[in-house]
Design a protein around this ligand. Structure first.
Ligand code: PMP
Length: 382
């Protein structure tokens, strides 16, 4: 039998994918996933966008690796962050392309602790060494960042400054400016992953870190959380020079992303009713967040500490006495699923505290209340 490569063997599996079968059992209430509310996909807008697909035969032909030109132009004009953009199969592919373009085995990447699991997997597959910077709900600790950058040979700093997955932290303006300056000073490329940026429910939108970076920056955007994840259209924006190697890697990997999906996506986000859809979606998620927060305050305040997120899809609950993995395993017996926080630390980093990630976008109000009641039972019996 042939063996998988060493890098595949050394890559951490996704906890959520591993428990998917259990989560899908009838009666299970899952706070574990990160799925958008399926009842809120903009179906009428998508249907209209799909109607136009047949009009243009060129979208059935092979296309340019960097993506559908009208979508690229729209992105550059509306974000005005850099002179080039590449359309990718979800923002997930953008990060994979960056890692494969720039990382040699053993190269150092810096990320927040905790960090998005899908990013950690990509850095493992690239056989990079993933280091962490101390972070809290306001962003990275700038003194620690400075010492990490001065004491190591870090090439890339990956972060989710707006409503991070899993912690929902949103960087303050001071942290954004501080990180931009430090990256420039130490000649580190900043990778900004921004899939939740448009999902802000209260407070002021802050400038993206990439817009403050005078040095090298990649901005990765996604339509998965505001339109639909299944079309797999995302993008990475950066200078032409930085994107050049990504083109080579994408060419070798899938030639280009599906053109009909890119065209349909552009028709969706430029549809006159799309802004109203986004506004309603935010109100809906904000109400869901409030239901979860209220239930947590009533049922779990003896066992968890948390901050109310101003956006995104998750509440990050720090555990006062329980062990996250034990708790998550036991919760499955009570038909409620959560993700243990340990999963969001790189494999060889030391885990600072115990936490669980709770999603509030997939269950309805009554289910959220019931899920928290079940969690309270688990916690009081553990
Ligand atoms: N980055 C983060 C932080 C995410 O949470 C996700 C999706 N869960 C992604 C990237 C991937 O998004 P996309 O669907 O655009 O590939």
């Amino acid at each position: 039998m042939i063996e998988p490569s060493q890098r595949v063997q050394e890559t951490k599996e996704s906890y959520i994918r591993n428990i998917l079968k259990v989560i899908q059992q009838p009666g299970m209430l899952s706070l574990a996933g990160g799925l958008p509310d399926a009842s809120r996909f903009p179906k009428a807008i998508l249907a209209q966008a799909a109607q136009h697909l047949a009009d243009d035969p060129s979208i059935y032909q092979y296309g340019a690796t960097e993506g559908y030109a009208p979508l690229r132009k729209w992105l550059i004009d509306s974000l005005a962050l850099a002179d080039d953009v590449m359309v990718t199969s979800g923002s997930q592919q953008a990060l994979d392309l960056i890692a494969r373009s720039y990382l040699n085995p053993g190269d150092q990447v810096l990320c927040e602790a905790p960090s998005y699991l899908g990013a950690l997997q990509i850095f493992d597959l690239a056989q990079a060494k993933t280091l962490t910077v101390k972070s809290d709900s306001t962003g990275p600790d700038l003194d620690h960042l400075e010492s990490m950058l001065s004491q190591n040979q870090i090439k890339l700093f990956y972060a989710v400054p707006d409503f991070q997955n899993p912690s929902s932290s949103c960087w303050t303006l001071e942290k954004r400016q501080g990180v931009a300056l430090l990256c420039e000073r130490f000649d580190v490329a900043f990778i900004e992953d921004a899939p939740y940026r448009e999902l802000r429910y209260s407070g002021e939108t802050l400038p993206s870190v990439s817009s403050l970076c005078k040095g090298q920056a990649f901005y990765m955007g996604s339509f998965s959380k505001i339109a639909t994840p299944s079309m797999r259209v995302g993008f990475v924006m950066a200078s032409q020079k930085l994107l050049e190697p990504l083109k080579k890697v994408k060419q070798a990997s899938d030639l280009h992303s599906a053109l009909p999906m890119q065209q349909m996506l552009l028709a969706t986000i430029t549809h006159p009713e799309f802004p109203a859809h986004l506004e309603q979606l935010k109100q809906h998620y904000c109400a869901r967040r409030d239901v979860l927060v209220d239930a947590l305050n009533r049922h779990l305040s003896d066992w968890i500490d948390f901050e109310v997120p101003e956006g995104g899809m998750f509440v990050w609950a720090k555990l006062k006495q329980h062990q996250a993995h034990d708790l998550a395993a036991k919760a499955l017996d009570y038909q409620v699923a959560v993700v243990p926080g340990d999963e969001f630390w790189p494999s060889d980093a030391s885990i600072d505290y115990q936490a669980i990630r709770l999603n509030f976008t997939a269950l309805d109000d009554a289910q959220l209340e019931q899920a928290v009641e079940r969690l309270a039972e688990v916690m009081s019996n553990s």
